[in-house]
Design a protein around this ligand. Structure first.
Ligand code: GCB
Length: 673
């Protein structure tokens, strides 16, 4: 091994960079001088399978003909959840197969010297895809992308092509998340009656939730890029990268990692050139290997927005331009990846970003909007992130599933910190098959989000039945897997169990707990909150000696409902409930390794029907229409006070100065709210 190689392997080990040699990349489709992209979003044809004959579409091969020729169809926007688009209760509550189709054109020039792909950003839960009647893909897992390479022999540039998608939202004990079909035998039920039961607290929206793209690459192309960043002691930034290519010329090169520094130019004459450009397009570093590192002196670091004085430094992103070139130095393929340079570190007491302790002040959220359900909508996602910045929050958790790549682009760019959670909500059972599903989804998530600066932590589950003995080995395995995939970020789990009985949190780098004092226990008694929370957190920290985040606390609040003195469900109650928590958090952050507080929830969201939910979960500080409840103003004061105290971030002019808040000792300083 040469010295350079030794140095590099040391670096790779230190930074935990992992080469995904066995799996195909899932780079977001983009246009470049060598790639083309076509959106298939729009209004598609749609039909649900009959409840009493769920397999009819397969038996009658609905994928072989236009959907409108095999029965009645309705119009369905893509992306969106199908549930709230029509006036039909049957469609809203449908469980089982639902069918979509549309036609599309392939440009003539795509038919030679190119590879053509079809990519779905997310379809909940199980999807089967046909093009011109031929199956091209199948994927399970509702919130992660998948891609199919299309065979040109099955496409036409002379006439329209047909895309058919069958999706199924049925969950079982080995899906993530889990669910079960309830088929009562009692004669009072109508024939064929069944329901899908699940014990997570959000509506099981179904549909093609995220954009659908057709795109091309050249026949030799950049398949995957893995980047990790690091700061050396002298302040020089290192960008460590691994580029995987697929070569057309010889099977030998198919899906091989190009260990570029051994032969810089491979036998097929192709080589990799990397350049890092700042926001103005200046080249700040270059590389000529498939695996390597770029050193960037005086790098502009990626910072959460409230940790920098100037807005333009928040979420600073460089562009890594990767090109695969031929012997004549002409670009065969080019891919541009936005990356932020930042350094994460953690130990038993702290978590730092670029050397500064980071205190998470944020939210649990949902991808949930009126009418669209979980379907991505640019209007809503920009509005949400404006509101997040307005509150002074610096972070959120993608509770309880991976959010769309379009959302993650925003958090990277705005400098909002993300705890990236997989869809394992409320899981139980912990058998081998479940572990396999869980592992597969974790791999896909890390593969998708590994290069994102805003993602600072992986969350491998929310509120599993982690008091059960089987949960111990199950999560021990999963933590080990995620660390093997990525050593550059801490791994957490969000638990709701007691510190004495939990079997999973001990494996986490940072522990997250959810607590609902005065809501699910001692309902209405806000006077128990502060002492209970303080004692509880002390117990966890004294036992596990880890940084800890309160990942959820909250109270259902119906906007416009008032009561003095305060009473559950009123805006006054939510205010009081928050104030009592703030006292606890301030006492804890002064004396313990509490490193964050995240309220449940950012906004009201839809749930299944139930007597504890008044048309959805109302714990939002914003309504589902994104209007503030009284609590939004109180939380905003606190978050801005913290941003000012911890990061020196200027307090907005429209907030009273100094902000009414509690001192770190938990005493009221200006309690005017
Ligand atoms: C929780 C869950 C979250 C629920 C929340 C609630 O602990 O993690 O999914 O929505 O409680 O409001 O009950």
């Amino acid at each position: 091994m040469t010295n350079a190689m030794k140095y590099l392997s040391l670096l790779l080990g230190l930074c935990g960079l992992v080469c995904f040699t066995e799996s195909k990349g899932i780079l977001f489709p983009q246009e470049s001088e060598t790639r083309e992209r076509k959106s298939l979003d729009g209004i598609w044809q749609f039909r649900i399978a009959p409840r009493n004959d769920p397999e009819l579409g397969f038996r009658n091969e609905w994928f072989k003909r236009p959907l409108q020729e095999t029965g009645e169809v309705t119009l369905m926007p893509v992306p969106s959840s199908y549930n709230d688009i029509t006036q039909s209760k049957e469609i809203r509550d449908h469980v089982g197969w639902a069918w979509y189709d549309r036609e599309f054109w392939i440009p003539k020039q795509w038919m030679s010297q190119r590879k053509i792909y079809l990519r779905f950003g997310g379809v909940n839960y199980h999807a089967i895809v046909w093009v011109n009647g031929v199956q091209v893909a199948e994927h399970a897992g509702g919130h992660l992308p998948f891609v199919a390479e299309l065979d040109a022999a099955n496409l036409s540039a002379q006439r329209t092509n047909r895309l058919t998608v069958a999706i199924n939202n049925t969950l079982n004990q080995n899906t993530i998340p889990q669910g079960s079909i309830f088929r009562p035998t009692a004669t009072r039920y109508p024939p064929g009656y069944f329901t899908l039961n699940y014990n997570f607290d959000f509506f099981n929206y179904a549909g093609i939730h995220r954009p659908v793209y057709l795109y091309t690459t050249p026949t030799s192309y950049i398949d995957d890029i893995t980047v990790s960043t690091n700061l050396q002691e002298d302040g020089t930034a290192l960008v460590i990268y691994n580029i995987e290519t697929v070569r057309a010329s010889a099977a030998l090169f198919h899906n091989d990692v190009n260990f570029g520094w051994i032969p810089t130019v491979n036998q097929d004459g192709l080589s990799i050139v990397v350049r890092l450009e700042d926001k103005s397009g200046n080249i700040v570093a270059t590389g000529t290997h498939g695996i390597g590192y770029l050193s960037v002196p005086n790098a502009t670091l990626w910072w959460p927005f409230s940790m920098v004085k100037k807005d333009e430094q928040a979420g600073y992103l460089y562009t890594m331009v990767v090109s695969l070139q031929n012997l004549a130095k002409l670009d065969v393929d080019v891919y541009r990846l936005k990356i932020g340079i930042r350094h994460l570190a953690w130990d038993n007491t702290t978590f730092t970003i670029n050397g500064k302790p980071f205190y998470f002040r944020g939210f649990g959220r949902h991808e949930d909007f009126d009418v669209r359900g979980r379907g991505i909508d640019n209007v809503m996602i920009v509005k949400d992130h404006n509101l997040i910045k307005w509150t002074g929050a610096n972070s959120y958790r993608t509770s309880h599933y991976p959010y769309s790549e379009e959302i993650m682009d925003l958090t990277d760019e705005l400098g909002i910190v993300i705890i990236d959670e997989i869809s394992a909500v409320s899981i139980d059972g912990f058998g081998q098959e479940l572990l396999e599903t869980h592992t597969k989804q974790m791999r896909e998530l890390v593969q998708r989000d590994k290069n994102r600066a805003s993602v600072v932590m992986w969350s491998i589950a929310n509120e599993p039945q982690s008091q059960k003995t089987e949960a111990g080995p199950y999560f021990k395995n999963l933590f080990a897997l995620v660390r093997e995939l990525d050593k550059s970020r801490p791994v957490t789990i969000v638990v709701a169990q007691d510190y004495r009985t939990d079997k999973a949190a001990e494996y986490a780098d940072i522990i997250c707990i959810n607590r609902y004092y005065a809501w699910y226990s001692d309902t209405g008694h806000t006077e128990v909150i502060t002492a209970s929370m303080i004692q509880d957190v002390h117990n966890w920290i004294n036992k596990f000696h880890r940084p800890l985040i309160i990942a959820e606390y909250g109270a259902d609040t119906v906007a416009g409902l008032h009561s003095s003195p305060q009473f559950v469900f009123t805006e006054e109650f939510q205010l009081e409930y928050l104030r009592e928590h703030f006292k606890a958090f301030d006492a804890l952050r002064a004396n313990t390794t509490l490193i964050g507080e995240m309220i449940w929830n950012f906004a009201d969201f839809m749930t299944g029907q139930g007597i504890t939910r008044i048309v959805g979960n109302r714990k939002g500080i914003f309504t589902r229409e994104r209007q503030p409840k009284a609590s939004a103003h109180l939380l905003r004061s606190r978050y801005h006070f913290l941003a000012n105290e911890i990061d020196g971030y200027p307090i907005p002019e429209d907030l009273p100065q100094p902000i009414p808040i509690y001192t770190p000792r938990g005493n009221v300083r200006h309690d005017e709210m």
